[in-house]
Design a protein around this ligand. Structure first.
Ligand code: FAD
Ligand code: NAI
Length: 475
């Protein structure tokens, strides 16, 4: 006899475990299945985000930033720190502790909300009596039946054709977070989010880092002015980024990795590195689902086809997060998970794709919400722009971190904020205010008239809003 549930969630990443909790809060009986194993073979819910993504990368970014501060910036404050060294093993162990705290936290939350957790792979068996049979393969073989299925199986790193990840020399995001000693030379393919974050970690620790990017423009999705400012900062730090390259043959040996490529001018070049991180995007995880058994439609990339409400091609089967269209971000997955649980309960779950913030956790951080200046130009929308540099912000000066700016774009007629773009200190936190403002369809004047604490970095946001009307007070 199979165990019966109102809702079965496959995957316990940020999309899945949050959907499971919200569904349980709404009174449903809920099962959540996840196959991720920790080093001891036990359950490690939290998905890519917790185990090999958001959380561990931010732990290493923090450790490496402390190291860089101790080496390069303490002296300005009168603090002498000589012979500063980095114990990479300890740094990685700390990161693993942070991961475990999150895994345990999620197991606790599932239990607290009475979600039945199953450790193993979930796959479709068949549709039966307005429900679906799901097989769990893993520590225990189980068959579950659910009226509603939420697929939240996430994504995996995309490999270059013919160059599989060996996680020794050729690394995915997983191996990139486990490098046991600082490589002398590190290569990265792709100057996207992972390339910049991981490149920053290992550069700060002393690696000579080269990033090879196929596109001729740096961070094409980012506002051009902001991307330019960020590139200047990365160049100054010594992060070598080559744009417009065509990667050719890659050979991995005991000595390291050799990589042939053509540079932007078409000249043949060779890069020899100790380790190579390939960060060229991610592919949806659908192979283990046995989607064919029930006729679940996938697109040509292998992503589950969904409509605007995360409904799949099958009745009462939903899909959220990286396994469907849209940005591959943890908070987008979470919002979809909540919205789907609420829709199952007959409520009006909603995700506003126009106000999903993006953050790149480099130094300076890059964060944005809404439209870029180039997007507004392309659509012919009349807009006003205001910028304010951190150089003119008292808190940034006190912090000793004055790189970058806040840039606000507002409709030329209504003054509604259309986008905010930040490069600079704590951009990841500053962007939240702008998301709230845009959700409430605030005008730049609304933000400009709100009292902001002094001295704070957030005053730069207020000043950027004032700049839209050409009336900054501190610049
Ligand atoms: P996932 O987190 O991938 O979770 C899916 C889960 O389903 C996994 O545990 C998987 O094992 C499990 N699973 C798959 N198939 C099955 C099956 N058949 N049966 C059972 N279980 C299955 N996003 C941010 O917003 N901020 C960041 O700072 C950030 N940093 C990142 C850094 C790196 C290095 C990487 C790689 C990604 C980062 N991301 C970040 C992206 C973020 O991790 C993903 O967008 C997010 O994890 C997607 O959540 P998800 O629930 O859709 O899938
Ligand atoms: P990405 O899409 O951010 O960047 C990939 C880059 O690789 C692009 O610039 C692309 O032009 C380039 N590229 C593709 N093929 C190439 C080739 N053959 N040669 C050279 N360059 C090539 O993907 P990335 O960095 O792998 O990250 C995957 C996703 O994970 C991100 O898009 C994001 O959704 C998520 N993520 C989010 C983070 C955050 O929110 N802070 C941090 C890390 C990842």
């Amino acid at each position: 006899m199979s165990k019966q549930f109102d809702v079965i969630v496959i995957g316990a990443g940020p999309g899945g475990y949050i959907a499971a909790i919200r569904a349980a809060q709404l009174g449903f009986s809920v099962a959540c299945i996840d196959e991720w194993k920790n080093a001891a073979g036990g359950p490690a819910p939290g998905g890519t985000c917790t185990n090999v993504g958001c959380i561990p990368s931010k732990a290493l970014l923090q450790s490496s930033e402390h190291f860089e501060h101790a080496n390069k910036h303490f002296a300005e404050h009168g603090i002498s720190a000589t012979n500063v060294s980095m114990d990479v093993g300890k740094m990685l162990a700390r990161k693993d502790t942070v991961i475990k705290q999150n895994n345990d936290g999620i197991l606790y939350l599932l239990k607290k909300n009475k979600v039945a957790f199953f450790h193993g792979r979930g796959s479709f068996v068949k549709a039966a009596d307005a429900a679906y049979e799901i097989k769990v393969t893993g520590a225990a073989e189980e068959t579950l039946t659910g009226k509603h299925i939420i697929v939240a199986t996430g994504s995996s790193a995309r490999a270059l054709p013919g160059v599989p990840f060996d996680e020794v020399n050729v690394l995915s995001n997983d191996g990139a977070l486990r490098v046991g000693a600082v490589p002398k030379k590190l290569g990265l393919i792709g100057s996207g989010v992972i390339g910049l974050e991981m490149g920053s970690v290992w550069r700060r620790l002393g690696a000579e880092v080269t990033v090879l990017e196929a596109l001729p423009t740096f961070l094409g999705a980012v506002d051009e002015q902001i991307a330019k400012e960020a590139k200047k900062a990365f160049d100054k730090q010594g992060l070598k980024i080559e744009l417009g390259v065509k990667v050719g043959e890659i050979k991995s040996s005991k000595k390291g990795v050799s990589l042939q490529y053509a540079d932007a001018k078409g000249e043949a070049k060779e890069l020899l590195v100790d380790k190579l991180i390939v960060s060229i995007g991610r592919v949806p995880n659908t192979t283990g689902l046995n989607a064919e058994a029930v006729g679940l439609a996938l697109d040509e990339r292998g992503a589950i086809v969904v409509d605007g409400e995360c409904k799949t091609s099958l009745p009462n089967v939903w899909a959220v997060g990286d396994v469907v269209r849209g940005p591959m971000l943890a908070h987008k997955a979470e919002e979809e998970g909540v919205a789907v649980a609420e829709r199952i309960a007959g409520q009006h779950g909603h995700v506003n794709f126009n106000t999903i913030p993006w953050v790149i956790y480099t130094s300076p951080e890059i964060a944005w919400v809404g439209q870029t200046e180039q997007q507004l130009k392309a659509t012919g929308r009349a807009y006003k722009a205001g910028t304010f540099p951190f150089l003119a912000n008292g808190r940034a000066r006190a912090l000793g971190d004055t790189t970058g700016m806040v840039k606000m774009l507002a409709d030329a007629v209504t003054d509604e904020i259309l986008g905010v773009h930040i490069v600079g200190p704590m951009a990841s936190e500053l962007i939240a205010e702008c998301v709230v403002a845009m959700e409430f369809r605030a005008s730049s004047e609304d933000l400009a008239r709100i009292c902001h604490a002094h001295p704070s970095l957030s005053e730069a946001t207020k000043e950027a809003a004032l700049a839209v009307d050409k009336r900054t007070l501190n610049f």
